[in-house]
Design a protein around this ligand. Structure first.
Ligand code: 13P
Ligand code: SF4
Length: 380
């Protein structure tokens, strides 16, 4: 095995998909005492030419400079609605910046301050694997009646596949509507790439049974399924998951209920089925925030989502008792790649006339991805 093989291990051998590291210039030191001031100066120099979008899982030091904060749905809507800003500085992960590029005009440039801010879940479904799966569905004779639904957390290539085959994108805030819509268009759904969001929505929101869902394993011939299993399924779930939310366990739900009488468990639908089905409230990050804002003083909450968001909620709501559901789960490491040094570097580069870390989706891929994203934005 060569060094190159080792470097690309686990990422197939698609060199074109390697994102590499980010910073082509000089990154300010995290210890630079003038960093916050530099960020303020660069932000005000950019003025209306730039819009800074921040996902709720971003660090506080970055959120402080976001013009709009939101979950992935709200940020996609915000990018689509703004046609004036020349630069969209996306503080989030790669697939979100790609979606913003697809939804904005060709004159607008989308910038991801650190190109290594990817998403391990999005990487779990590659275009080759999904094309292979579709070929099998064609052979089994069900492709014509199957509607692909892809979670926002997927590459532009997967969104393009979805758009081309009559499907839609969804996020955790509209997965129920997207799956209902898909079942009106066809008989079956191919849900990519998050098995947990797909299963939780199918069973807990749509009222399908666990037996209606089968799991497609991209590493096995025919996804590890028989033709009959594929024909009988209502939902074919891709075997992907979020490495952060997938770690919350049923044991911790039981443990926290025993330790804190009266606590309410509030989790994101990327958590496993057994966690979600034993929680009190389930929702996207935006919904989690709204739930805590509306909760009465003195209420107690154990929250199963990314740690930056839970810590911020605890800080902003000192009148409520807010704790993290599981002590062994930590930050999303790729969301955390965007820190103040990277944001300052990106903004100062733009002020100095250097466009850095632009995320550009090719016109062929963008064409059908846009169709899939616009179908989502138009969902009733
Ligand atoms: P939402 O922003 O849709 O809540 O998704 C959470 C997430 O994991 C984003 O990467
Ligand atoms: Fe991906 Fe999970 Fe991180 Fe979201 S929280 S970016 S789904 S790894």
């Amino acid at each position: 095995m060569t060094l190159l093989d080792l470097l690309t291990l686990g990422r197939e051998s698609d060199f074109g998909s390697e994102r590499g590291v980010s910073c082509t210039g000089e990154l300010p030191a995290a210890s630079d005492p003038s960093l916050v001031e530099r960020a303020r100066v660069a932000r005000s120099a950019l003025g209306n030419r730039a819009m800074v979008l921040g996902h709720h899982y971003q660090r506080d030091e970055v959120i402080e400079f976001a013009d709009i904060t939101g979950d992935s749905f709200k940020l996609a809507q915000s990018a689509a609605a703004d046609s004036s800003a020349e630069y969209i500085i996306f503080c989030g992960v790669h697939f979100m910046a790609e979606s913003a590029d697809i939804l904005t005009s060709p004159a607008q440039k989308v910038i991801l301050p650190d190109l290594a801010a990817g998403c391990s879940m999005a990487d779990m479904a590659t275009a080759n694997q999904v094309n292979e799966c579709w070929k099998v569905l064609e052979e089994v004779g069900v492709a014509d009646s199957t509607i692909p639904v892809t979670y926002m957390n997927s590459s532009a290539a997967i969104k393009s596949f979805t758009g081309k085959n009559g499907g839609t994108v969804c996020t955790s805030s509209n997965a129920k509507r997207a799956m209902n819509w898909a079942l009106e268009q066809g008989e079956k759904i191919l849900f990519l790439p998050d098995q947990h969001l797909g299963r939780n929505t199918a069973v807990l929101s749509l009222g399908l049974s666990l037996e209606d869902c089968v799991l497609w394993n991209p590493w096995k011939p025919m996804g590890g399924l028989t033709s009959e299993e594929i024909r009988n399924a209502k939902v074919i779930l891709w075997r992907g998951h979020c490495s952060v939310h997938g770690r919350f366990s049923l044991d911790t739900v039981h443990e926290v209920r025993e330790r804190i009488p009266g606590v309410q468990v509030l989790v994101h639908p990327e958590c496993k089925y057994e966690v979600v089905s034993n929680a009190d409230v389930v929702g996207s990050t935006e919904m989690i925030i709204r739930t805590i804002e509306a909760a009465p003083a003195g209420s107690k909450w154990a929250i199963g989502t990314e740690l930056n968001l839970v810590s911020r909620l605890a800080k902003n709501h000192p009148d409520k008792s807010i704790l993290f559901l599981d002590r062994t789960v930590c930050y999303c490491s790729t969301m955390n790649r965007i820190d103040l040094p990277h944001l300052v570097w990106a903004m100062e580069s733009l002020v100095n006339g250097h466009l850095v870390n632009q995320i550009q989706v090719s016109p062929e891929v963008a064409k059908f991805s846009r169709i899939a994203l616009e179908r989502m934005l138009a969902l009733p």
